[in-house]
Design a protein around this ligand. Structure first.
Ligand SMILES: Cc1cc2nc3c(=O)[nH]c(=O)nc-3n(C[C@H](O)[C@H](O)[C@H](O)COP(=O)(O)OP(=O)(O)OC[C@H]3O[C@@H](n4cnc5c(N)ncnc54)[C@H](O)[C@@H]3O)c2cc1C
Length: 420
């Protein structure tokens, strides 16, 4: 199709945005390389219990994408990898990718025999720190590649080697080196996504101080079938059923002291979370405190559906304080009562969920070459030069918007390839 077909489209980040961009580009004939920093593709959506607005599990969509990637020889996947150098000019870049040693090779069958002898534990990053895994671990149940990894921080170079005899397949390579690869690149798609805002910085809301104050991403894991409670909605302090749940919207968002912008997905995510609670316990009570409810398009129907549920109350007002009863672990939420008759409203809760916003993953990372970021750290696309940002690397977005972005970036990559 073009002189540029020998060059690849380099996709940085293997979440839903990066996978979609690579698949679309490769299915149209381009060679695509996905550079993913963690040991597995999937990104943040891989840890969601269900997707709004249909409330289907994200597993189906991920599996389809994995299958499309696996069956397409034009897509190369590099995990534990980062782009460390990018040089050149529009349409003709040279990229250097550094691949950290995973220390488990592709002979691994994910049988799990190595877990038991490993003496070291680490915080379970997939469950946002709820619970532990061993230093040798499977990144997630639906990992791609389906292979264990050794956490370099939990098990640094001088490891004990107790996992070695447990592996029947000779898959553990403790002396695996770090590698570098170089690529000729026609364009770069930044699909590096987001991370949750650090809720310990919002001191009045008690996160990090009270065990039963959790964030929205942790709540996804508390509800998930493959989560720490195997799908039972229990609160962290004592395993009690979480039947009185309060959601605090804009926890740190639209706030000059924290994130000045709206993260756009948190309101719809909390509506989804309200459904998790109401489905788990028919006698449950959900209270949502908000500044404005911001949902868009078809999510308005979803909002109407949740509003019709008598077990869900919507309160307009900012939450000022959360207090804990140290004997029971129960919480009291104190908030403005803008639409009501009193000045403040107090609500008792088993569990409080902070709807924390999205921070661009690259906010504090120096970008190679002439890439620019906006004032909040989101990457600004330079489409003429073939340097494009998609999904939450570009702006807070839901999955539909992210996939649309990714498809547009793949189309642009083909255009650039055809022109040069
Ligand atoms: C609580 C909550 C619930 C949500 N629920 C829904 C929902 O139900 N439905 C919906 O449509 N949306 C939902 N969203 C939004 C959804 O999470 C995003 O739309 C989606 O994650 C965007 O995908 P992405 O690929 O842009 O980013 P990500 O999912 O963040 O993926 C980015 C990938 O890039 C990798 N990466 C990061 N930095 C680098 C680097 N330097 N080098 C290489 N790789 C890197 C990461 O490891 C990751 O794999 C929710 C958001 C929140 C906060």
């Amino acid at each position: 199709m073009s002189a540029n077909n020998d060059k690849c489209v380099l996709v940085v980040g293997g979440g839903i945005g990066g996978m979609s961009a690579a698949i679309e580009a490769a299915e149209a004939g381009q060679h695509a390389v996905i550079v993913e920093a963690t040991p597995s593709l999937g990104g943040r959506v891989a840890s969601m219990h269900r997707y709004f607005p249909k409330l289907c599990p994200p597993v189906c969509g991920l599996e389809i994408n994995y299958r499309r990637i696996k069956s397409n020889p034009k897509i190369e996947v590099l995990t534990d990898a980062t782009l460390t150098r990018l040089e050149g000019k529009a349409g003709d870049y040279q990229a250097t990718v550094t691949i950290q040693a995973r220390r488990v090779n592709d002979r691994c069958t994910a049988c799990g025999d190595c877990i038991e002898p490993c003496p070291v534990e680490r915080d379970d990053s997939y469950n946002y720190g709820i619970g532990k895994t061993k230093a040798i671990y499977l990144p997630m149940k639906l990992a791609y590649p389906m292979r264990f990894a050794i956490d370099p921080e939990a098990c640094p170079g001088s490891s004990c080697g107790k996992c070695l005899p447990a592996c029947k397949f000779d898959a553990i390579e403790l002396d695996m080196p770090t590698k570098e690869r170089t690529f000729d690149v026609s364009c770069v798609v930044w699909a590096t996504g987001w991370k949750p805002y650090d809720a310990t910085r919002i001191e009045n809301l008690g996160f990090g101080k009270y065990k039963n104050v959790v964030t929205n991403v942790m709540f996804e894991r508390l509800a998930a079938l493959d989560g720490p409670n195997k799908g039972k909605l229990l609160r962290p302090s004592d395993g009690k059923e979480a039947k009185r749940v309060v959601f605090v919207q804009c926890a740190g968002s639209r706030d000059e002291d924290h994130l000045p912008y709206c993260s756009t997905v948190c309101c719809t995510a909390s509506l989804k979370h309200a459904c998790y609670v109401r489905e788990a316990y028919p006698d449950s009570k959900v209270e949502i405190f908000y500044i404005d409810l911001r949902v868009a398009g078809t999510a308005e129907d979803f909002l109407a559906r949740v509003q019709a549920d008598q077990g869900v109350s919507f309160n307009k007002g900012k939450v000022g304080q959360i207090l804990e009863n140290p004997d029971t672990g129960d919480l009291t939420v104190v908030a403005e009562d803008i639409a009501g008759t009193s000045k403040t409203k107090r609500v008792e809760a088993d569990l409080v969920v902070l709807a924390t916003g999205l921070v661009p993953e690259l906010a504090s990372v120096q970008l190679p070459l002439a890439m620019t970021k906006d004032e909040h750290g989101f990457v600004v696309s330079n489409r003429p030069d073939g340097l494009m940002a998609v999904g939450c690397a570009r702006a807070p977005s839901d999955v539909v918007r992210t996939v649309q972005d990714a498809t547009a970036a793949a189309a642009r990559a083909m255009q650039l390839g055809a022109r040069r």
